[in-house]
Each structure stands twice: as C-alpha cells, then as structure tokens.
Design a protein around this ligand. Sequence first.
Ligand SMILES: *[C@@H]1O[C@H](CO)[C@@H](O)[C@H](O)[C@H]1NC(C)=O
Ligand SMILES: *[C@@H]1O[C@H](CO)[C@@H](O)[C@H](O)[C@H]1NC(C)=O
Ligand SMILES: *[C@@H]1O[C@H](CO)[C@@H](O)[C@H](O)[C@H]1NC(C)=O
Ligand SMILES: *[C@@H]1O[C@H](CO)[C@@H](O)[C@H](O)[C@H]1NC(C)=O
Length: 282
Amino acid sequence: MAHRSRTESCVWRDSNCVCIFKILLFYVIFYGCLAGIFVGTIQALLLTLSKDKPTYQDRVAPPGLSHTPRSDKSEISFTRSDQSSYSKYVQSMNEFLEMYNDTKQNGDPYEDCGKFPGTYKDRSMEENKKVCKFLRSWLNNCSGTDPDYGFMEGNPCVIIKLNRIVNFRPKAPSNNSLLEELQAKITPNEIPIYCKPKRAEDIGQIEEIKYYGIGQGFPLQYYPYYGKQLHPNYLQPLMAVQFVNVTVGKEIRIECKAFGDNIDYSEKDRYQGRFDIKLTVS
Ligand SMILES: *[C@@H]1O[C@H](CO)[C@@H](O)[C@H](O)[C@H]1NC(C)=O
Ligand SMILES: *[C@@H]1O[C@H](CO)[C@@H](O)[C@H](O)[C@H]1NC(C)=O
Ligand SMILES: *[C@@H]1O[C@H](CO)[C@@H](O)[C@H](O)[C@H]1NC(C)=O
Ligand SMILES: *[C@@H]1O[C@H](CO)[C@@H](O)[C@H](O)[C@H]1NC(C)=O
C-alpha cells in the first residue's frame, strides 16, 4: 500500500522489537535531558547561595518577641496551691534555661562581655566567632533558684527573648518620648523591654513588675548574630519579668513590648516586637 504512514511502515516493516527499542530510547533521552536541566538549575542556584548567611533577607520581618512559658492562646492560668497546675510552665522554663546554665559557659567560645549594656560587637574578622556569655544566674529570682519560678507564691516569672535574625543589628530607641515610664532606667545601648497592664481594668492588679537580666532589656553587645554555621553556640540575651503579688481570681491582660528604631509592631502578627499574655492566678 502506497499510502502507509511512517509509523505504520515502522510497525510492519521493521521487527516490533527494534521499533519499541527506538521509542524507549527516545523517552530515556527525553527524560534524561529533562532531569539534567532540572538538576543543573538547582545546582546553579545552590552555588549562588552561601551557607553562612541567608541570601534573600531583604523581606525578613522585624524580629518577634517570644516568651517562655508559651501556651495556647497565650494564657497562663494556675492555682497556687496546686503544683500540677503550673508544673508544665516550670518544666518549660527549666528546659529553656538549661543551655544558659553558668557551668556550660566556661572556656571557648564564651567570652565575658560585661553586665552593662555596650555597643555592637562586630565579629566579622574573628575566625572562630566568640559568644557573649549570658549567665542564667543573672535572672536572679527567675533563674531557678526558686524551683517554682514564683508560681507557688503567686509571683510568676516569664522569660523574654528577641528572636534571632542573622546579621540584624537592633537599634536602640532614639525617641525616648515613647517611653516616659522608662526614661530614668534605660541606657543608650539597649533595646528596652516594658510590660504593662493592657486594659484600664487591669491597672493596679499587679503590685509590681520586676525585671531581671542586664539593665532593662537586650544589650547591643550581643548583636549581630552571624548564623548557625558561623556562630554555633550563640546565646540570645534574656530578660526575666516577674509579676509580683498578682490579684487572685481575675484574668489580667499584660502587654510586653520591645522598643527600638528598627523594632516594629504589626496588626497581623501579634508576636512582632510585642506580645500579650492573659494571666489568671487562683
Ligand atoms: C542546669 O542548672 C540547673 C539549676 O541551676 C540544674 O538543675 C540542672 O541540672 C543544670 N543542668 C545541666 C545540664 O547542667
Ligand atoms: C528575691 O526573692 C527573695 C525571697 O523571696 C526576696 O527576699 C528578694 O527581695 C527578691 N529579690 C528581688 C531583687 O526582688
Ligand atoms: C517622638 O515621638 C513623639 C510622639 O510620638 C513625636 O511627637 C515627636 O515628634 C517624636 N520626635 C522625634 C524626634 O521623632
Ligand atoms: C499582696 O496584695 C494584697 C492586696 O493588694 C495585699 O493585701 C498583700 O499584703 C500583698 N502581699 C504582699 C506579700 O505584698
């Protein structure tokens, strides 16, 4: 038949084996090329990335402020006389503070950076980047010397940290008018933390809010952080806050905020630069 198409002639004229082999060969080469392009593209992209610092950092949000114990719906609710009602909080604080144990910070790479807020420590030239010590004992009555972290007495502690961002240098607040309550306490080289009752009805429900750590916030000598690869044992500075003599049987809302020129707050992200807790002691 003169009008046979090429495929038909393939099927009928050549042996079936050769034909199937050709089709297979075509697909092997075809998919091989696809896979090659795919792998090649990924490799090329990986080559441009540095393992030391994130490449695409321009859209990183300002840092979050987080706290321990952290719980569902930010509620801290317990009964003073019932240890089991607060043991989960105590346990999470014990676990969190373990890496800050004084005894773990002997020798390399830990370095004494003082207990007074100072300026940034640029470590870009340090081959093995040192880490500023942050001793658990600096958290004083919230360091675990009281194994109940004040929960048993109705004076609960909360530990606050600013989330890590590689190469980020938090800027101290330049407009102190935002912080009238703190004017007398803060020094130029820190990111102050301030907690206060959130609603009008919450005012006066806590006798005192005590702060433990360095100064009243996060000292700048702990920044910048160079990332997991280059700065493996890095410790974030902490601030412990103790709510002393909290009114019993009432839900109290507290807002804690970090202040700095490049610390922002967001309507959408409740942990950006600040957080709220609902505290109920009974
Ligand atoms: C860390 O310190 C706490 C209290 O100071 C202690 O109970 C705990 O066993 C220590 N952990 C380690 C791993 O040294
Ligand atoms: C820490 O707790 C002890 C015992 O409860 C108390 O006497 C002391 O005043 C507290 N320290 C601070 C700085 O509040
Ligand atoms: C500081 O903040 C206050 C109140 O928000 C504002 O009125 C003032 O202009 C600010 N000052 C500077 C130097 O930004
Ligand atoms: C706690 O507050 C209550 C009521 O405000 C007060 O009567 C009590 O003396 C305070 N206790 C301490 C230890 O400060």
